[in-house]
Design a protein around this ligand. Structure first.
Ligand SMILES: *Cc1c(COP(=O)(O)O)cnc(C)c1O
Length: 393
């Protein structure tokens, strides 16, 4: 039988009988939550905008769940990343090290500050930034001068490293942190996809200097659109609050600003939606684990495909469960991939390949980059499966 049919059959076997089509990768679900009650309260009290008790309760809940000392809710994950990069002093014309396999926002947030994404390869197993590749690249191009690090090929300052926890699977963040420390570079963790993921007893996003979450519509928990800055640093947290609220000085009537700030705060109505779902986060994660193990079971017997597993000791929220096609012949691989995606869309199972590599997008194609062979190979093989927790009935 053709690989694509075996894969589609295995997916259906893992789900059991689900008639509703189409099934997309990740869909929000508010059943069994207090979402309506909370949102209604924001409307009834007319506290719908960027001040209001749900924002505080939502932040408090994220602090409890993640163990973060500070959590600052903002309007989406992209602005959270941009603000986080600004907080660690990324400036225009700096270079920031990012992995090529990520959602476009990782690189865009760097560019929004006028800085330049510099791509370093990923690890085969975690799909996050590779420690080996980072060490090698820094040795190749980085020099220290006057307490900063520079790319000796471009002359630009290198000012931060942004590991991404891809599909909710933790990157080897302790290893990456060690390398960053050896160069005295800050880490901003893109944990947009990783609410509920952890390693070494710490939640993703809290090993580096600042971490960000996203609450976009397709994430594990959604506020409609939203993001969060997490940090254990008091000073970074208070800067984040200040800069995300137009850098306005507290005063009963005077309207005074002391820096160029942003209007980044999350509205109360969105936080109400988010809080209602955080109350069910455990349940969602339990269902995700079960879905992952049902997929693992369904794919176990085939040698041409495998489920992307979480590294031993790492704890994933399984945001997007992913298969890896193992065909060695690249032409055959491309043919299987094409037929699989086409057949799946015809049958209403909306499988999706991983993103195109950021380093291949037109706006980033001439950016500085290391050798990216693992990312180039993996991006041809990775296919995301429908992963909504509600697929477990
Ligand atoms: C979703 C996502 C973001 C951006 O979040 P938005 O809330 O959509 O702006 C950033 N990085 C990664 C890896 C993401 O998946």
């Amino acid at each position: 039988m053709n690989p694509e049919f075996v894969i589609l059959e295995s997916i259906q076997k893992a789900h059991g009988d689900i008639e509703t089509r189409p099934i997309s990768l990740h869909e929000p679900d508010f059943r069994g939550t207090k979402a309506w009650e909370y949102v209604k309260e924001t409307i009834d009290t007319s506290w719908v905008s960027t001040a209001g008790s749900f924002v505080e309760r939502f932040e408090e809940s994220v602090r409890k769940i993640t163990g973060a000392k500070h959590a600052i809710a903002v309007s989406n994950g992209t602005v959270a990343l941009r603000l986080a990069l600004h907080l660690v002093d990324v400036r225009a014309q700096d270079e920031v090290i990012v992995p090529p396999l990520s959602f476009v926002a990782t690189a865009n947030a760097v560019s929004h500050l006028g800085a330049i994404p510099h791509f370093v390869d990923i690890d085969n197993e975690t799909l996050g930034m590779s420690c080996m590749a980072l060490i090698k690249r820094m040795d190749e191009i980085a020099i220290r001068k006057n307490g900063s690090v520079f790319n000796k090929e471009t002359g630009r300052r290198i000012s931060a490293i942004v590991p991404v926890h891809i599909f909710g699977n933790p990157a080897d963040i302790y290893g990456l942190k060690k390398i960053a420390d050896s160069w005295n570079l800050p880490i901003v963790e893109d944990a947009a996809e990783a609410l509920g993921s952890s390693l070494g007893g710490k939640h993703c996003g809290l090993i580096g200097d600042v971490g960000v979450l996203s609450f976009n519509g397709n994430k594990l928990v959604t506020t409609g659109g939203g993001g969060m800055i997490m940090t254990n640093s008091d000073s970074l947290a208070s800067s984040a609050r200040h800069l995300s609220t137009t850098a306005k000085l507290a005063h009963s009537w005077e309207i005074q600003h002391d820096q160029i700030g942003w209007n980044d705060r999350m509205p109360n109505i969105n936080a109400a939606l988010g809080l209602a779902q955080l109350e069910c986060l455990n349940d969602k994660i339990i269902k995700k684990k079960q879905l992952f193990s049902q997929y693992a079971h369904a794919f176990a017997e085939y040698d041409f495909v495998e489920l992307v597993a979480t590294k031993t000791g790492f704890n994933s929220n399984h945001w997007l469960i992913t298969i890896r096609l193992l065909e060695k012949d690249l032409d055959l691989l491309a043919a299987i991939r094409y037929r699989l995606l086409k057949t799946s869309h015809q049958s209403g199972l909306l499988l999706r390949p991983a993103w195109k590599l950021l380093s291949d997008l037109p706006m980033y194609s001439s950016n500085p980059k290391a050798e990216l062979s693992t990312a180039l190979d993996q991006v041809q093989r990775l296919i995301n499966l429908p992963s909504s927790p509600q697929l477990i009935q």
